[in-house]
Ligand binder design. Structure first.
Ligand SMILES: Nc1ncnc2c1ncn2[C@@H]1O[C@H](COP(=O)(O)OP(=O)(O)OP(=O)(O)O)[C@@H](O)[C@H]1O
Length: 356
């Protein structure tokens, strides 16, 4: 079959290199990358996510999403004069055989892009607890092993905030993509978590209670397109799965979403957009949050999630922190790590590419 010409803005000067998952159009590499970047710019501008002069902490995991995010922000900053001061902030959760290799990728990126890098470690921030220690402790509690992602996600959120504050950031950005967001919407539905469901549709959080504003500029970019973009830009990233990922409920939700996507390709973006339009009925709204009595972070209980988890761990009773009755501490409240990498339907990187 002859390779079609590009149907993008180049006007067919070049042969098409792929069929865009998002639109189905046959486009060349250059038109695809330009369109991808323009869509991220539109997300930034429409949501007024990063004002000129913003000091931006990019949550850098070394994975494809945050790698693409940092690369695109650099490119947009240079091309459109966004006046962003970009910093990479990486969290070392202390996951042997996983995070060390991912951090090595982040260090290479920081060197190549000449971006300042700050690494914050759970062990330093949380009284010696590493994720491996937490997992060992959780494994002693029947049925608790799969709660690792809950612990990790809650603590990572806190650690990223700490790292960002250290570099004087005014904003935090993370690489959550449309697939991540759709999974989260579905998970919240399945758990009946209406509060999170109503909050989850926004492009980020405004930064209440002293916390920095957070946003997700790749929220409307599909995983497939992110993998394609990384491939065409020849980005160096880490694509192994977290050792604790197989335990996570999110994996089942992801499988369900893949099955739905096969029947209805627009299902991922449909879910993301439907979440944007959800609002809680006044009677269902939780009371306004106050401050954690221990660390001062915004919290709807006397102890915030991170302090409650650490409290439970330090008392040798992790069940206290994550058991039933503590609504809001469901597994992987937001999209946290512990993901199957490149679950775009095929093997990592080029394996997911629909190239001609
Ligand atoms: N260890 C970490 N240090 C800093 N930021 C992190 C870390 N882990 C996750 N993040 C941030 O949270 C986002 C979502 O992470 P998660 O691992 O859940 O998803 P992912 O789809 O695998 O993303 P990525 O491909 O960037 O690893 C990442 O894109 C990144 O911005």
């Amino acid at each position: 079959m002859p390779v079609p010409r590009c149907s993008g803005p180049c006007g067919g000067v070049r042969p098409a290199a792929l069929r865009r998952p998002r639109t189905g159009g046959a486009v060349c590499r250059s038109c695809f990358c330009n369109a991808f970047e323009a869509e991220v710019l539109s997300t930034l501008q429409t949501g007024r996510l990063l004002p000129p002069g913003a000091v931006v902490a990019v949550g850098a995991s070394g994975g494809k999403d945050s790698t693409v995010l940092a690369h695109v922000l650099r490119a947009l900053d240079a091309r459109h004069g966004l006046a962003l001061d970009l910093h990479l902030v990486a969290v070392d959760e202390g996951i042997g055989g996983y995070r060390d290799a991912a951090l090595a990728a982040v260090r290479r990126q920081a060197g190549r892009w000449r971006l300042p890098l700050t690494v914050v470690a759970y062990a330093d921030l949380f009284g010696g607890w590493t994720m491996d220690e937490v997992a060992r402790r959780a494994a002693q509690e029947p049925g608790r092993a799969r709660a690792c992602c809950t612990f990790c996600g809650v603590l990572r959120r806190r650690a990223l905030e700490e790292g960002a504050q250290r570099v004087g950031a005014t904003h935090i950005v993370t690489g959550h993509n449309a697939d991540d967001m759709a999974e989260t919407v579905l998970m919240n539905f399945l758990r009946g978590d209406s509060g999170r469901l109503a909050r989850g549709g926004t492009l980020g959080s405004p930064g209440e209670g002293g916390a920095l504003p957070r946003c997700r500029p790749l929220q409307f970019a599909s995983q497939k397109e992110i993998v394609l973009y990384a491939h065409f830009q020849e980005l160096d990233y880490f694509s192994e799965e977290c050792v604790y990922a197989p335990e996570a409920f999110r994996g089942h939700v992801r499988d369900l979403l893949k099955a739905l996507e096969a029947a209805r390709p627009s299902v991922v973006l449909d879910l993301v957009h439907s979440a944007e339009r959800l609002a809680l009925a006044p009677a269902a709204r939780p009371p306004p949050p106050g401050a954690c009595t221990r660390c001062g972070a915004l919290s709807s209980r006397s102890l915030c999630q991170a302090c409650a988890l650490l409290d439970g761990l330090n008392r040798g009773r992790p069940r206290l922190a994550i058991g039933k009755g503590r609504k809001g501490l469901g597994e992987e409240g937001e999209k946290q790590s512990c993901t199957s990498k490149d679950s775009s339907g095929g093997p990592s990187r080029a394996g997911a590419i629909q190239a001609f």
